[in-house]
Design a protein around this ligand. Sequence first.
Ligand code: DLL
Length: 435
Amino acid sequence: MLDQTTASADLRDAGERLSLDELRALQLERLQHTVRHAYDNVPTYRAKLDAAGVSPDDIRSLDDLPKLPFTTKEDLRQAYPFGMFAVPMEQVVRIHASSGTTGRPTVVGYTQEDLDHWAEVVARSLRAAGVQPGWKVHNAYGYGLFTGGLGAHSGIERLGCTVIPVSGGQTARQVQLIRDFEPDAIMCTPSYLLTIADAFEEAGLDPRETTLKVAICGAEPWTNEMRHELERRMGIDAVDIYGLSEVMGPGVGSEFASTKDGPTIWEDHFLPEIVDAETAEPVADGEMGELVFTSLTKTAFPVIRYRTRDLTRLLPGSAAPTMRRIEKITGRNDDMIILRGVNLFPTQIEEIVLAIEHLTPHFILELTKAGHMDALTVKIECMPDVGAEASKAAAAILRERVKEHIGTSVGVEVVPAGSLPRSEGKYKRVYDLRA
Ligand code: DLL
């Protein structure tokens, strides 16, 4: 008789079943191939390696990785639109692009082989989340140039599930479809899941009464406190899926529902490193820094030591013992607010807010200038039936705790329930009004 562990172990794909030695050997072989392929076919990589005095033949072990030069978002932008493609355009069957807040988008390309690998790692991610073949999966990630919708879509199909390709937005319709089609799992950003939960309640429905069992959320930073909030309100498991367009899209790593201890990086396809965000020197596993990736199987758009700007640390494998995890990403270099010398991430506020009675997770951060000083105001909604006194008290607690935990003073303004913008995808938290 199969016990639970053996039964789920049997579902693992070949990559997950590799021993650590086999995995390291495969990574080296794939790394050597990737560096050679990038050098031979992408002028930017050739120029960078030449300038660094490194040849693809110098990569003899995984320890040689730090010899390779980094790739930055700026390098990719310079090559807009297709300059980083390593195969002729006829072999590129799909492109995606990441919008980026400033300037041109970053365009990425995929061969059929790349799409196959992508579907495989997303299917693996779903399996880790507890999704089973035959389930119906409601996909509310946006379809289009964003990698979320179509990336999730192919993985759902690959696992043998029924995909419900709703895309983002039209929240009332999402609620209707969840009630009518009775999906088992949902994929969307955590902030959009919150919008959907609210919409259920606003329609007089209990979001705990749906058929949903699990949500696979990512594409933006979110805290464990937000996880607990979503799980409590919807009666589901919420797990974290990580990825970025430059490296592939959703599914670079994903969390196991059995452990919920940060996304496992699918190391047979992506080689992770952490470097000091300022000096770019590699740091040891376990230390905080900037996440860097080298793709191991990508053909149309290989990346070598791509600096993600995401801040986290590498942790030992748990549910998939040979592959390392990252700590849940709660900060991104670009999102860091420096307020009178103190570094602050929006997720730190989220964490504090969710522990205070009467406050909702609906808040935005407004940066303004008061004379020569920067000021930050948290605009936040209280629960609908909370009176003026109680909301004033909750605001005061928030101010105190921010001061205590983050070490800086912020203003707190309670705004009417329902007045702040609601998420339909990646939520915009920070508004910089210091023109
Ligand atoms: O957001 C890919 C994706 C789609 C991931 C759907 C997961 C689910 P980009 O638009 O290129 O790609 O944005 C990538 O989003 O560098 C992180 O800063 C952030 N991000 C993505 N997933 C997570 C996560 C998609 N699970 C950027 N936790 C990344 C925290 C995340 N941040």
